[in-house]
Design a protein around this ligand. Structure first.
Ligand code: ADP
Ligand code: LRH
Length: 494
């Protein structure tokens, strides 16, 4: 079909962006209409998302996208980070600012839930990795609050933005699968889990699947953005990681992906969930993907470690620019010390260089002596966690891989990609950095009838159009084994 223009709204934990894509007739091109910072805000002890600043960024981005597009927009789709939500009152007004998943309100909640619902049963029913901020735990933490009592609807973040664009509420499935309230076998709500933890799934509007229509941009937003209506809004894989997995330029099924941004999400695309007790203990998650797929992966701390170091150094008056610092880190001693990049001790914000140094000391390794050594420690540690996760995912699922695809902002980090190839002992294909936005527009374009086919066809178009970089594994594979053994238990990334 002839090429059309689509706008992808992709909200990451470190920045939001509105991307303008032209798709069809063999073409797939993407450019940034607008990027805006995402700064969490702490007030009265609680860490929030600044949702109205993000909404302002979305409106600005749509205005630019509409101006720069060759014709009327054939669609808009929204994806963002998972698990968080806004509550609406009976009139549809937002009750307070959404709470950030890194807020401390969920400390200790998983343990309390485990007393009424054993982790083994929770995993068998939902297949989700135990992360302290899963929506279930947030809702248990919020129990008894005036806000939750007043709430008539709960909208996950991308569903909230979609609601503000369209006036219509829904719950998109790939992101709903991160609530820990979805059964990955039926791909519907798990009533037994909801009942056991006392969560009313009636708060969630009806489920939608990626590709379902989500409404049209309302007149108020058309006026605000100068867009010419009607503009359809499509449900996409609204969990950014699910969109990023669509945006993996893989051929065949013998690949692992690592979506690296604020988090590293490393794993495999499967046809069915792995709900074994062994999988639970290895802390793998079964999130839902498009076209009936399962995203079998593990959350690794990701470039958050680096972002937080940069923020801390900046705060202390010694700001570093990223690229020169990465060049210095590339020259630093390899594998001098490593930390467990899966350890929840790194989730909360604050003094990351100090926490990394203490983790090194605790495991009998030398503390990094400067910023470059700290960055090298972070990247070596991430590569080590990538390796453990790619290996274990294969073992637990019985699927073996030949290639590792690195997508997301971290695909721009050549050192990280090379270290990941070296650690995994597998070739790494790096790019696209904007995989989530690409996955978002591919699903829209298919829904709009501009593209056809399944994931293989969508990825074929990506391979033909996205610039990719190849990294062959190099160096001494044994060095990675020895480094892994320095961290307690000898296994990292859980
Ligand atoms: P999120 O969507 O979680 O906000 P992104 O996928 O946008 O994250 O990735 C952001 C990360 O990408 C940054 O923290 C940074 O480490 C990395 N990154 C971005 N640009 C570059 C670059 N030019 N070189 C190396 N790394 C980069
Ligand atoms: C990445 C991501 C990840 C979730 C986390 C909360 O942006 O969506 O998949 O676990 O944010």
């Amino acid at each position: 079909a002839a090429a059309r223009d689509f706008a992808a709204v992709d909200l990451g934990a470190s920045s939001g962006r509105v991307m303008l894509a032209r798709v069809g007739g063999g073409e797939l091109s993407l450019r940034e209409a607008h990027r805006f910072a995402n700064h969490p805000v702490r007030v009265r002890g609680t860490l929030h998302w600044d949702i109205l600043a993000l909404w302002h960024g979305v409106l600005t981005g749509l205005r630019v996208a509409g101006r720069e597009a060759g014709g009327p927009l054939a669609g808009v789709g929204v994806d963002s980070w998972a698990v968080d939500y806004g509550l609406l009152d009976a009139s549809g007004a937002l009750l307070g600012n959404p709470v950030h998943y890194r807020d401390g309100r969920t400390d200790g909640v998983a343990a309390r839930v485990a007393e009424v619902l054993p982790p083994r049963e929770l995993y068998a029913a939902t297949g989700l990795q135990e992360l302290p901020f899963n929506t279930v735990y947030q809702l248990v933490a919020a129990r008894g609050s005036a806000q939750l009592a007043a709430a008539r609807q709960l909208l996950l973040i991308p569903d909230l933005i979609t609601y503000w664009l369209t006036g219509r509420a829904g719950t998109e499935l790939t992101n709903a699968s991160t609530t820990q309230l979805i059964d990955p076998r039926t791909r519907g709500w798990s009533r037994p889990v909801a009942e056991a933890v006392g969560v009313d799934t009636g708060l969630f509007p009806a489920l939608r699947r990626p590709g379902d229509p989500a409404g049209e941009v309302i007149p108020e937003v058309l006026a605000e953005t100068g867009l010419a209506g009607p503009v359809p809004v499509w449900s996409v894989a609204s969990h950014d990681t699910a969109s990023a997995v669509v945006g993996v330029p893989a051929a065949g099924d013998r690949f692992a992906y690592i979506a690296t941004g604020t988090w590293s999400l490393a794993g495999l695309e499967l046809d069915a969930p792995v709900l074994s007790e062994e999988s639970r203990r290895a802390n793998f998650t079964n999130e839902l993907g498009v076209d009936g797929t399962v995203r079998y992966l593990r959350n690794i701390m990701g470039l958050w470690l680096l972002q937080e170091c940069l923020r801390e150094w900046e705060r202390a008056g010694a700001g570093y620019a990223l690229e020169p610092l990465l060049r210095e880190a590339a020259r630093a001693e390899p594998l001098r010390s490593v930390v467990d990049a899966g350890d929840p001790e790194f989730i909360a914000p604050g003094d990351m260089p100090g926490r990394i140094a203490r983790a090194c000391a605790r495991t009998g390794q030398p503390e990094p002596r400067d910023a470059a050594e700290t960055v090298r420690c972070v990247l070596d540690s991430l590569a080590l966690a990538h390796r453990a996760t790619v290996r274990e995912a294969q073992r637990l699922s019985g699927r073996s891989v030949e290639t590792v695809h690195v997508v997301g902002g971290g695909a721009r980090n050549e050192l990280l990609c090379q270290l990941t190839a070296d650690a995994c002992g597998l070739p790494v294909v790096a790019g696209p950095a904007e995989a989530a936005a690409l996955g978002n527009v591919l699903v829209q374009a298919r829904a709009a009838g501009v593209l056809g086919g399944g994931l293989a066809e969508l990825r074929g178009l990506l391979r033909a159009t996205a610039p990719l970089r190849h990294h062959e594994p190099m160096g001494d594979a044994g060095a990675w084994d020895r480094a892994a053994a320095r961290i307690a238990g000898g296994e990292v990334g859980r």
